[in-house]
Write a protein of this length. Structure first.
Length: 178
């Protein structure tokens, strides 16, 4: 009885091992079908240029590279995407990642947001884009009605306005005469 029990246990272990191998192999095939190697047509979506081959190499390990063609971002936006992709498992040397960033920001550049004109912007934009308090937005609007700004420094004279907020937003604001 002891021998038949051992034979049954060995048979069960062999079955378990065989099932584990089958499941592992099927997982590899499923993963391969979810992230197939880049195809010729997938690569054709990307324009020719310096860094294309590196971009395909680095990016195709995780997703189809054609996804890139649907996005338009600023260079800073692409830098964030590349950083996030590295966190998610994309691999490449620092030089390769720099090539990818250069390629993406050259070929898929989106428009940077247009700066708002402090002489015409509504209070909601002054609050949400510049970060002014409601009272500061009102003070700026009252001031510009009498004295529109010609340069950002003109706003140093606005009573009740923290000019540091204007300085902090200088890349998103302009003073254009209405």
């Amino acid at each position: 009885m002891h021998d038949s029990f051992l034979q049954a246990m060995n048979g069960a272990r062999i079955c378990t091992a065989a099932m584990a191998l089958i499941l592992a192999a099927s997982g590899v095939f499923v993963a391969a079908s979810q992230n197939p190697p880049p195809t010729k047509s997938d690569q054709d979506v990307l324009p020719a240029g310096p860094g294309k081959a590196t971009t395909v190499k680095v990016c195709s390990g995780c997703h189809q590279v054609g996804i890139i063609a649907s996005l338009r971002l600023t260079r800073d936006g692409w830098a964030v995407v590349v950083k996030d992709m590295v966190k998610e498992g994309a691999t490449g040397t620092e030089e390769e990642l720099a090539q990818v960033l250069d390629y993406l920001s050259t070929n898929f550049l989106g428009e940077a947001p247009r700066p708002i004109n402090l002489n015409t912007a509504p209070a909601i934009d002054l609050e949400s884009v510049v970060g002014l308090l409601r009272s500061e937005a009102r003070a700026l609007i009252a001031y510009r009605e009498k004295t529109p700004c010609k340069a950002l420094d003109d706003l140093k004279n606005v009573p009740g306005l923290d000019f540091k907020k204007i300085e902090a937003a200088k890349d998103r604001v302009v003073c254009i005469q209405p």
